[in-house]
Design a protein around this ligand. Structure first.
Ligand SMILES: Cc1cc2nc3c(=O)[nH]c(=O)nc-3n(C[C@H](O)[C@H](O)[C@H](O)COP(=O)(O)OP(=O)(O)OC[C@H]3O[C@@H](n4cnc5c(N)ncnc54)[C@H](O)[C@@H]3O)c2cc1C
Ligand code: SF4
Ligand code: SF4
Length: 432
Protein backbone atom coordinates (compact mmCIF):
# COMPACT_ATOMS: atom_id res chain seq x y z
CA UNK A 1 0.00 0.00 0.00
CA UNK A 2 2.84 2.39 0.87
CA UNK A 3 4.17 2.24 -2.70
CA UNK A 4 0.93 3.14 -4.40
CA UNK A 5 -0.79 5.68 -2.17
CA UNK A 6 0.27 8.89 -0.51
CA UNK A 7 0.51 9.19 3.29
CA UNK A 8 -2.49 11.49 3.23
CA UNK A 9 -4.54 8.92 1.29
CA UNK A 10 -3.59 6.26 3.83
CA UNK A 11 -4.88 8.44 6.66
CA UNK A 12 -8.02 9.20 4.67
CA UNK A 13 -8.66 5.49 4.08
CA UNK A 14 -9.40 5.03 7.78
CA UNK A 15 -12.13 7.64 7.37
CA UNK A 16 -13.45 6.62 3.95
CA UNK A 17 -13.70 3.00 5.12
CA UNK A 18 -16.05 4.24 7.85
CA UNK A 19 -13.69 3.20 10.64
CA UNK A 20 -12.69 6.55 12.19
CA UNK A 21 -14.45 7.37 15.47
CA UNK A 22 -13.00 10.88 15.62
CA UNK A 23 -10.95 10.44 18.79
CA UNK A 24 -8.33 12.96 17.66
CA UNK A 25 -5.24 11.00 18.67
CA UNK A 26 -3.76 11.24 15.17
CA UNK A 27 -3.97 15.04 15.37
CA UNK A 28 -2.31 15.02 18.78
CA UNK A 29 0.45 12.72 17.51
CA UNK A 30 1.11 14.68 14.33
CA UNK A 31 0.71 18.12 15.90
CA UNK A 32 -2.48 20.03 15.30
CA UNK A 33 -0.70 22.29 12.82
CA UNK A 34 -0.30 19.19 10.60
CA UNK A 35 -3.55 17.30 11.24
CA UNK A 36 -6.59 19.14 12.51
CA UNK A 37 -9.85 17.68 13.81
CA UNK A 38 -12.61 19.46 11.93
CA UNK A 39 -16.33 19.12 11.48
CA UNK A 40 -16.43 17.96 7.86
CA UNK A 41 -19.09 17.60 5.17
CA UNK A 42 -20.62 14.52 6.82
CA UNK A 43 -21.19 16.36 10.10
CA UNK A 44 -18.61 14.18 11.89
CA UNK A 45 -15.33 15.43 13.31
CA UNK A 46 -12.54 13.95 11.25
CA UNK A 47 -8.79 14.39 10.88
CA UNK A 48 -7.87 16.74 8.07
CA UNK A 49 -4.27 16.90 6.84
CA UNK A 50 -3.17 20.53 6.64
CA UNK A 51 0.27 19.81 5.18
CA UNK A 52 1.78 16.90 3.26
CA UNK A 53 2.36 13.97 5.65
CA UNK A 54 5.09 11.32 5.61
CA UNK A 55 4.71 7.53 5.73
CA UNK A 56 6.57 7.20 9.04
CA UNK A 57 4.01 9.41 10.76
CA UNK A 58 1.10 7.52 9.19
CA UNK A 59 2.69 4.18 10.16
CA UNK A 60 2.72 5.44 13.74
CA UNK A 61 -0.90 6.57 13.45
CA UNK A 62 -1.92 3.12 12.19
CA UNK A 63 -0.24 1.63 15.24
CA UNK A 64 -2.05 3.80 17.80
CA UNK A 65 -5.38 4.60 16.13
CA UNK A 66 -8.33 2.73 17.70
CA UNK A 67 -9.74 2.08 14.23
CA UNK A 68 -6.72 -0.01 13.36
CA UNK A 69 -5.60 -1.54 16.66
CA UNK A 70 -7.56 -2.73 19.67
CA UNK A 71 -6.37 -4.88 22.53
CA UNK A 72 -7.64 -6.05 25.89
CA UNK A 73 -6.04 -5.00 29.19
CA UNK A 74 -2.23 -5.22 28.96
CA UNK A 75 -1.00 -8.23 30.95
CA UNK A 76 1.27 -6.13 33.17
CA UNK A 77 -1.81 -4.30 34.49
CA UNK A 78 -3.77 -7.42 35.38
CA UNK A 79 -4.10 -8.06 39.09
CA UNK A 80 -4.21 -11.19 41.20
CA UNK A 81 -7.42 -13.17 41.42
CA UNK A 82 -9.02 -11.81 38.29
CA UNK A 83 -10.65 -13.91 35.60
CA UNK A 84 -11.23 -13.34 31.92
CA UNK A 85 -14.90 -13.55 31.13
CA UNK A 86 -15.59 -14.47 27.50
CA UNK A 87 -17.97 -11.54 26.98
CA UNK A 88 -16.87 -8.90 29.49
CA UNK A 89 -13.10 -9.48 29.52
CA UNK A 90 -10.76 -9.18 32.50
CA UNK A 91 -12.77 -8.92 35.71
CA UNK A 92 -11.63 -8.74 39.29
CA UNK A 93 -15.17 -8.11 40.50
CA UNK A 94 -18.49 -7.09 39.05
CA UNK A 95 -21.05 -5.30 41.23
CA UNK A 96 -24.14 -3.17 41.10
CA UNK A 97 -23.27 0.10 42.84
CA UNK A 98 -23.93 3.83 43.00
CA UNK A 99 -22.39 7.06 44.25
CA UNK A 100 -23.17 7.66 47.92
CA UNK A 101 -23.68 11.36 47.31
CA UNK A 102 -27.29 11.70 46.17
CA UNK A 103 -26.79 14.74 43.93
CA UNK A 104 -23.95 13.02 42.09
CA UNK A 105 -26.04 9.90 41.69
CA UNK A 106 -29.08 11.73 40.34
CA UNK A 107 -27.25 14.15 38.04
CA UNK A 108 -24.93 11.49 36.60
CA UNK A 109 -25.70 9.32 33.59
CA UNK A 110 -26.38 6.14 35.54
CA UNK A 111 -25.43 5.82 39.23
CA UNK A 112 -22.60 8.39 39.28
CA UNK A 113 -19.80 5.90 39.96
CA UNK A 114 -17.42 7.43 37.42
CA UNK A 115 -17.94 10.95 38.77
CA UNK A 116 -17.66 9.79 42.38
CA UNK A 117 -14.41 7.92 41.71
CA UNK A 118 -12.96 10.91 39.86
CA UNK A 119 -13.82 13.25 42.74
CA UNK A 120 -12.39 10.75 45.23
CA UNK A 121 -9.08 10.62 43.34
CA UNK A 122 -8.82 14.40 43.55
CA UNK A 123 -9.84 14.45 47.24
CA UNK A 124 -7.13 11.90 48.03
CA UNK A 125 -4.55 13.84 45.97
CA UNK A 126 -3.91 10.65 44.01
CA UNK A 127 -3.90 12.68 40.81
CA UNK A 128 -3.51 16.35 39.94
CA UNK A 129 -6.46 16.41 37.55
CA UNK A 130 -9.08 14.40 35.69
CA UNK A 131 -8.81 14.38 31.89
CA UNK A 132 -12.33 13.69 30.66
CA UNK A 133 -15.03 15.21 28.44
CA UNK A 134 -17.71 17.80 28.79
CA UNK A 135 -20.30 19.34 26.52
CA UNK A 136 -19.03 21.55 23.70
CA UNK A 137 -20.19 25.16 23.84
CA UNK A 138 -20.00 25.46 20.04
CA UNK A 139 -22.27 22.48 19.35
CA UNK A 140 -24.24 21.34 22.38
CA UNK A 141 -24.66 17.84 20.94
CA UNK A 142 -20.88 17.30 20.78
CA UNK A 143 -18.31 16.75 23.50
CA UNK A 144 -14.90 18.34 23.96
CA UNK A 145 -11.87 17.31 26.02
CA UNK A 146 -11.65 18.91 29.44
CA UNK A 147 -9.27 18.99 32.39
CA UNK A 148 -10.91 19.15 35.82
CA UNK A 149 -8.84 20.06 38.85
CA UNK A 150 -11.67 20.42 41.37
CA UNK A 151 -14.65 18.32 42.41
CA UNK A 152 -16.98 21.06 41.17
CA UNK A 153 -15.31 20.97 37.77
CA UNK A 154 -15.64 17.19 37.62
CA UNK A 155 -19.34 17.52 38.48
CA UNK A 156 -19.76 19.98 35.60
CA UNK A 157 -18.68 17.21 33.19
CA UNK A 158 -20.93 14.56 34.67
CA UNK A 159 -23.34 12.47 32.55
CA UNK A 160 -23.01 10.94 29.11
CA UNK A 161 -22.34 12.74 25.87
CA UNK A 162 -23.62 10.49 23.12
CA UNK A 163 -22.31 12.76 20.35
CA UNK A 164 -18.84 12.92 18.73
CA UNK A 165 -16.10 13.85 21.21
CA UNK A 166 -12.49 14.21 19.97
CA UNK A 167 -11.18 13.81 23.48
CA UNK A 168 -7.64 12.79 22.49
CA UNK A 169 -6.82 15.71 20.22
CA UNK A 170 -5.12 17.40 23.20
CA UNK A 171 -3.43 14.24 24.57
CA UNK A 172 0.05 15.47 23.76
CA UNK A 173 -0.58 18.83 25.49
CA UNK A 174 -1.96 17.02 28.54
CA UNK A 175 1.13 14.80 28.80
CA UNK A 176 3.30 17.90 28.41
CA UNK A 177 1.81 19.23 31.67
CA UNK A 178 3.84 16.49 33.38
CA UNK A 179 1.43 15.91 36.29
CA UNK A 180 -0.26 12.60 37.20
CA UNK A 181 -3.86 12.34 36.07
CA UNK A 182 -6.84 10.01 35.64
CA UNK A 183 -8.35 9.54 32.19
CA UNK A 184 -12.04 8.93 31.50
CA UNK A 185 -12.95 8.18 27.90
CA UNK A 186 -14.95 5.75 25.81
CA UNK A 187 -13.53 2.24 25.33
CA UNK A 188 -12.05 3.17 21.94
CA UNK A 189 -10.36 6.19 23.57
CA UNK A 190 -8.89 3.94 26.26
CA UNK A 191 -7.56 1.54 23.59
CA UNK A 192 -5.91 4.48 21.87
CA UNK A 193 -4.26 5.57 25.13
CA UNK A 194 -2.97 2.03 25.76
CA UNK A 195 -1.66 1.94 22.18
CA UNK A 196 0.11 5.24 22.70
CA UNK A 197 1.79 3.90 25.84
CA UNK A 198 3.89 1.62 23.61
CA UNK A 199 5.55 4.70 22.11
CA UNK A 200 5.34 7.38 24.75
CA UNK A 201 6.70 6.40 28.19
CA UNK A 202 4.94 9.39 29.74
CA UNK A 203 1.62 7.57 29.38
CA UNK A 204 2.44 4.83 31.89
CA UNK A 205 4.18 7.34 34.17
CA UNK A 206 1.42 9.96 34.23
CA UNK A 207 -1.87 8.20 33.47
CA UNK A 208 -2.61 6.73 36.89
CA UNK A 209 -5.92 5.14 35.99
CA UNK A 210 -8.20 4.75 32.97
CA UNK A 211 -11.96 4.56 33.49
CA UNK A 212 -14.65 4.11 30.86
CA UNK A 213 -18.37 3.93 30.30
CA UNK A 214 -19.52 0.68 28.70
CA UNK A 215 -20.31 1.92 25.20
CA UNK A 216 -22.77 0.84 22.53
CA UNK A 217 -22.00 3.68 20.13
CA UNK A 218 -22.53 7.37 19.49
CA UNK A 219 -25.40 9.16 17.78
CA UNK A 220 -24.41 9.89 14.16
CA UNK A 221 -24.64 13.64 13.45
CA UNK A 222 -27.05 13.13 10.50
CA UNK A 223 -29.32 11.15 12.86
CA UNK A 224 -29.12 14.00 15.40
CA UNK A 225 -30.15 16.41 12.60
CA UNK A 226 -33.17 14.19 11.87
CA UNK A 227 -34.06 13.94 15.57
CA UNK A 228 -34.03 17.74 15.88
CA UNK A 229 -35.77 18.33 12.53
CA UNK A 230 -38.62 16.04 13.63
CA UNK A 231 -39.02 18.48 16.51
CA UNK A 232 -38.95 21.50 14.19
CA UNK A 233 -35.52 22.70 15.22
CA UNK A 234 -31.81 22.32 14.46
CA UNK A 235 -28.56 22.32 16.37
CA UNK A 236 -27.91 26.07 15.81
CA UNK A 237 -31.19 26.81 17.55
CA UNK A 238 -30.31 24.96 20.77
CA UNK A 239 -29.66 26.87 23.98
CA UNK A 240 -29.48 23.76 26.19
CA UNK A 241 -29.10 20.08 25.42
CA UNK A 242 -28.75 17.12 27.80
CA UNK A 243 -28.68 13.55 26.47
CA UNK A 244 -29.77 12.33 29.89
CA UNK A 245 -31.59 14.40 32.48
CA UNK A 246 -31.89 13.76 36.22
CA UNK A 247 -32.75 10.28 37.56
CA UNK A 248 -32.07 7.15 35.56
CA UNK A 249 -32.05 7.00 32.63
CA UNK A 250 -33.52 10.53 32.63
CA UNK A 251 -35.11 12.03 29.55
CA UNK A 252 -33.20 13.76 26.79
CA UNK A 253 -33.95 17.44 27.43
CA UNK A 254 -33.33 20.51 25.30
CA UNK A 255 -34.35 24.12 24.94
CA UNK A 256 -34.50 26.31 21.87
CA UNK A 257 -33.97 30.05 21.30
CA UNK A 258 -37.72 30.72 21.45
CA UNK A 259 -37.72 29.43 25.05
CA UNK A 260 -39.41 26.12 24.26
CA UNK A 261 -38.44 23.17 26.48
CA UNK A 262 -38.50 19.72 24.90
CA UNK A 263 -38.14 16.25 26.34
CA UNK A 264 -37.78 12.90 24.62
CA UNK A 265 -37.07 9.35 25.64
CA UNK A 266 -33.29 9.06 25.91
CA UNK A 267 -33.17 6.41 23.17
CA UNK A 268 -34.88 8.80 20.69
CA UNK A 269 -31.70 10.65 19.62
CA UNK A 270 -30.45 7.23 18.45
CA UNK A 271 -33.57 6.79 16.31
CA UNK A 272 -36.15 5.21 18.62
CA UNK A 273 -36.79 3.11 21.68
CA UNK A 274 -36.48 -0.23 19.88
CA UNK A 275 -32.92 -1.45 19.31
CA UNK A 276 -33.79 -2.22 15.69
CA UNK A 277 -34.34 1.50 15.06
CA UNK A 278 -31.01 2.69 16.49
CA UNK A 279 -28.75 4.46 14.03
CA UNK A 280 -25.04 4.00 14.71
CA UNK A 281 -21.86 4.93 12.85
CA UNK A 282 -20.43 1.96 10.92
CA UNK A 283 -17.38 1.99 13.21
CA UNK A 284 -19.62 1.34 16.22
CA UNK A 285 -21.42 -1.50 14.41
CA UNK A 286 -18.07 -3.25 14.05
CA UNK A 287 -16.77 -2.38 17.51
CA UNK A 288 -15.45 -5.45 19.30
CA UNK A 289 -14.94 -3.74 22.65
CA UNK A 290 -17.98 -1.89 23.97
CA UNK A 291 -17.21 -3.25 27.47
CA UNK A 292 -13.91 -1.34 27.55
CA UNK A 293 -11.59 -4.24 28.32
CA UNK A 294 -8.45 -2.09 28.35
CA UNK A 295 -9.76 0.14 31.15
CA UNK A 296 -8.97 -0.26 34.84
CA UNK A 297 -12.67 0.19 35.62
CA UNK A 298 -15.71 0.09 33.31
CA UNK A 299 -19.16 1.32 34.35
CA UNK A 300 -22.40 0.75 32.50
CA UNK A 301 -26.13 0.81 32.90
CA UNK A 302 -27.82 -2.16 34.47
CA UNK A 303 -31.33 -2.84 33.25
CA UNK A 304 -32.74 -6.37 32.92
CA UNK A 305 -33.64 -7.11 29.28
CA UNK A 306 -31.71 -4.06 28.01
CA UNK A 307 -34.31 -1.44 28.86
CA UNK A 308 -35.18 0.61 31.94
CA UNK A 309 -38.39 -0.18 33.78
CA UNK A 310 -40.35 2.76 32.36
CA UNK A 311 -42.99 2.44 35.12
CA UNK A 312 -40.46 3.28 37.84
CA UNK A 313 -37.84 5.26 35.86
CA UNK A 314 -39.03 8.62 37.27
CA UNK A 315 -38.11 7.45 40.77
CA UNK A 316 -34.93 5.54 39.90
CA UNK A 317 -31.96 7.45 41.30
CA UNK A 318 -29.63 5.26 39.28
CA UNK A 319 -27.16 2.42 39.57
CA UNK A 320 -24.13 1.22 37.64
CA UNK A 321 -22.80 -2.17 36.78
CA UNK A 322 -19.16 -1.70 37.75
CA UNK A 323 -16.53 -3.94 36.19
CA UNK A 324 -13.37 -3.67 38.25
CA UNK A 325 -10.58 -5.01 36.06
CA UNK A 326 -6.97 -4.22 36.97
CA UNK A 327 -4.96 -4.10 40.18
CA UNK A 328 -5.05 -0.30 40.02
CA UNK A 329 -8.82 -0.34 39.55
CA UNK A 330 -9.22 -2.77 42.44
CA UNK A 331 -7.23 -0.53 44.78
CA UNK A 332 -9.20 2.59 43.89
CA UNK A 333 -12.60 0.94 44.03
CA UNK A 334 -11.97 -0.74 47.40
CA UNK A 335 -10.69 2.52 48.88
CA UNK A 336 -13.73 4.42 47.59
CA UNK A 337 -16.10 1.82 49.08
CA UNK A 338 -14.16 1.85 52.36
CA UNK A 339 -14.39 5.66 52.46
CA UNK A 340 -18.16 5.49 51.92
CA UNK A 341 -18.00 7.26 48.55
CA UNK A 342 -19.42 4.29 46.65
CA UNK A 343 -22.26 2.07 47.85
CA UNK A 344 -22.28 -1.54 46.65
CA UNK A 345 -25.81 -2.88 46.20
CA UNK A 346 -25.05 -6.48 45.20
CA UNK A 347 -22.69 -8.72 43.30
CA UNK A 348 -23.51 -9.15 39.62
CA UNK A 349 -22.70 -12.27 37.65
CA UNK A 350 -21.44 -11.88 34.09
CA UNK A 351 -24.26 -14.09 32.79
CA UNK A 352 -26.83 -11.85 34.50
CA UNK A 353 -25.14 -8.82 32.90
CA UNK A 354 -25.45 -10.55 29.51
CA UNK A 355 -29.22 -10.28 29.94
CA UNK A 356 -28.86 -6.53 30.56
CA UNK A 357 -26.68 -5.95 27.48
CA UNK A 358 -27.78 -8.30 24.70
CA UNK A 359 -26.36 -5.99 22.04
CA UNK A 360 -22.84 -6.20 23.51
CA UNK A 361 -22.99 -9.99 23.69
CA UNK A 362 -24.10 -10.18 20.05
CA UNK A 363 -21.33 -7.85 18.93
CA UNK A 364 -18.68 -10.03 20.52
CA UNK A 365 -20.20 -13.17 18.99
CA UNK A 366 -20.53 -11.76 15.49
CA UNK A 367 -17.39 -9.67 15.13
CA UNK A 368 -15.09 -12.23 13.49
CA UNK A 369 -17.42 -12.85 10.50
CA UNK A 370 -17.91 -9.10 10.18
CA UNK A 371 -14.12 -8.59 10.17
CA UNK A 372 -13.71 -11.43 7.67
CA UNK A 373 -16.08 -9.49 5.41
CA UNK A 374 -14.02 -6.31 5.85
CA UNK A 375 -10.88 -8.23 4.98
CA UNK A 376 -12.42 -9.80 1.89
CA UNK A 377 -13.58 -6.38 0.70
CA UNK A 378 -10.11 -4.84 1.17
CA UNK A 379 -11.31 -2.51 3.91
CA UNK A 380 -9.55 -1.32 7.05
CA UNK A 381 -9.68 -4.13 9.63
CA UNK A 382 -8.58 -3.46 13.21
CA UNK A 383 -5.76 -5.64 14.51
CA UNK A 384 -7.10 -7.11 17.72
CA UNK A 385 -5.47 -9.02 20.57
CA UNK A 386 -6.95 -10.64 23.64
CA UNK A 387 -10.57 -9.96 22.66
CA UNK A 388 -11.44 -13.65 22.02
CA UNK A 389 -13.13 -12.99 18.66
CA UNK A 390 -11.89 -16.30 17.22
CA UNK A 391 -13.20 -18.21 20.23
CA UNK A 392 -16.67 -16.81 19.63
CA UNK A 393 -16.44 -17.47 15.89
CA UNK A 394 -15.54 -21.12 16.56
CA UNK A 395 -18.84 -21.49 18.44
CA UNK A 396 -20.96 -20.04 15.61
CA UNK A 397 -22.78 -22.47 13.35
CA UNK A 398 -22.08 -22.08 9.61
CA UNK A 399 -25.44 -20.50 8.90
CA UNK A 400 -24.94 -17.73 11.47
CA UNK A 401 -21.35 -17.12 10.39
CA UNK A 402 -22.39 -16.67 6.74
CA UNK A 403 -25.43 -14.59 7.65
CA UNK A 404 -23.20 -12.14 9.55
CA UNK A 405 -20.45 -12.10 6.94
CA UNK A 406 -22.76 -11.69 3.95
CA UNK A 407 -24.76 -9.03 5.81
CA UNK A 408 -21.60 -6.98 6.30
CA UNK A 409 -20.49 -7.59 2.71
CA UNK A 410 -23.79 -6.38 1.33
CA UNK A 411 -23.62 -3.33 3.60
CA UNK A 412 -20.17 -2.60 2.19
CA UNK A 413 -21.27 -3.21 -1.41
CA UNK A 414 -24.24 -0.89 -1.04
CA UNK A 415 -21.92 1.88 0.14
CA UNK A 416 -23.56 2.12 3.57
CA UNK A 417 -20.18 2.02 5.30
CA UNK A 418 -18.49 4.51 2.98
CA UNK A 419 -17.63 7.97 4.15
CA UNK A 420 -16.53 10.94 2.07
CA UNK A 421 -12.86 11.86 2.31
CA UNK A 422 -12.64 14.76 4.73
CA UNK A 423 -11.94 17.94 2.83
CA UNK A 424 -8.66 19.66 3.62
CA UNK A 425 -8.67 23.41 4.13
CA UNK A 426 -7.07 24.18 0.77
CA UNK A 427 -9.76 22.07 -0.93
CA UNK A 428 -12.48 23.83 0.95
CA UNK A 429 -11.13 27.27 0.06
CA UNK A 430 -11.01 26.33 -3.60
CA UNK A 431 -14.61 25.10 -3.39
CA UNK A 432 -15.93 28.11 -1.49
C1 LIG B 1 -21.34 7.08 23.72
C2 LIG B 1 -21.79 6.28 24.91
C3 LIG B 1 -22.51 5.08 24.70
C4 LIG B 1 -22.90 4.31 25.80
N1 LIG B 1 -23.54 3.11 25.58
C5 LIG B 1 -23.84 2.31 26.64
C6 LIG B 1 -24.36 1.01 26.47
O1 LIG B 1 -24.56 0.54 25.33
N2 LIG B 1 -24.64 0.26 27.56
C7 LIG B 1 -24.41 0.73 28.82
O2 LIG B 1 -24.67 0.01 29.79
N3 LIG B 1 -23.90 1.95 29.04
C8 LIG B 1 -23.61 2.74 27.97
N4 LIG B 1 -23.03 3.96 28.17
C9 LIG B 1 -22.61 4.30 29.54
C10 LIG B 1 -23.62 5.05 30.35
O3 LIG B 1 -24.28 6.04 29.57
C11 LIG B 1 -22.88 5.75 31.51
O4 LIG B 1 -21.89 6.60 30.97
C12 LIG B 1 -22.16 4.80 32.41
O5 LIG B 1 -23.08 3.91 32.98
C13 LIG B 1 -21.42 5.55 33.50
O6 LIG B 1 -22.37 6.18 34.30
P1 LIG B 1 -21.95 7.09 35.53
O7 LIG B 1 -23.21 7.56 36.14
O8 LIG B 1 -20.97 6.37 36.38
O9 LIG B 1 -21.20 8.25 34.76
P2 LIG B 1 -21.04 9.75 35.20
O10 LIG B 1 -20.78 9.81 36.65
O11 LIG B 1 -22.16 10.53 34.63
O12 LIG B 1 -19.67 10.14 34.44
C14 LIG B 1 -19.54 10.05 33.07
C15 LIG B 1 -18.12 10.39 32.73
O13 LIG B 1 -17.86 10.01 31.38
C16 LIG B 1 -17.33 11.11 30.66
N5 LIG B 1 -17.92 11.08 29.31
C17 LIG B 1 -19.23 11.20 29.02
N6 LIG B 1 -19.41 11.12 27.72
C18 LIG B 1 -18.20 10.93 27.16
C19 LIG B 1 -17.75 10.79 25.82
N7 LIG B 1 -18.59 10.84 24.79
N8 LIG B 1 -16.44 10.61 25.59
C20 LIG B 1 -15.57 10.58 26.63
N9 LIG B 1 -15.95 10.71 27.93
C21 LIG B 1 -17.26 10.89 28.19
C22 LIG B 1 -17.76 12.35 31.41
O14 LIG B 1 -16.81 13.38 31.25
C23 LIG B 1 -17.80 11.86 32.86
O15 LIG B 1 -16.55 12.02 33.47
C24 LIG B 1 -22.62 4.76 27.10
C25 LIG B 1 -21.93 5.96 27.30
C26 LIG B 1 -21.50 6.70 26.23
C27 LIG B 1 -20.74 8.01 26.46
S1 SF4 C 1 -9.97 7.04 15.02
FE1 SF4 C 1 -8.81 8.68 16.01
S2 SF4 C 1 -6.64 8.29 15.54
FE2 SF4 C 1 -7.89 7.05 14.11
S3 SF4 C 1 -8.06 8.32 12.28
FE3 SF4 C 1 -9.88 8.72 13.53
S4 SF4 C 1 -9.34 10.52 14.78
FE4 SF4 C 1 -7.43 9.68 13.94
S1 SF4 D 1 -19.11 1.59 20.15
FE1 SF4 D 1 -16.92 1.27 20.19
S2 SF4 D 1 -16.11 2.54 18.51
FE2 SF4 D 1 -18.19 3.25 18.94
S3 SF4 D 1 -17.88 4.96 20.37
FE3 SF4 D 1 -18.26 3.09 21.59
S4 SF4 D 1 -16.23 2.24 22.07
FE4 SF4 D 1 -15.99 3.74 20.41
Amino acid sequence: MRNTVTPRERLEKIVTDGMCIGCGLCASLAGRDRISMETVQTGYQRPVALVPLNHELVDRIYDVCPATRLESLPTHLQGEGFAIDPVWGPISSMVRAHAADETTRIKAASGGVLTALAKFLLDQSEVAFIYHARQSEDDLTFGVPHISRTAADVAHGTSSIYGPTPILEIMSDVLDIGEPFAFIGKPCDISAVRNLARYDPRVDRLVKICMTPVCGGIVPPPQMNDFLAQRQTDRDNLTRFAYRGDMCPGDTEFETRDGHKHTANFFEPYGGIEETSWQLPFRCKVCPDGPGEAADISAGDIWPNDVPDWETADEDKGSNAVLVRSAVGRKLFDAAVEAGVIVIEEDVSPRYYDTCQHHHVKKKQYMRPRYDALLEAGRTVPRTAGLRLDTFAADLDDETYHWQKSGTLSRLQSGKADELAPKARWDRKSND
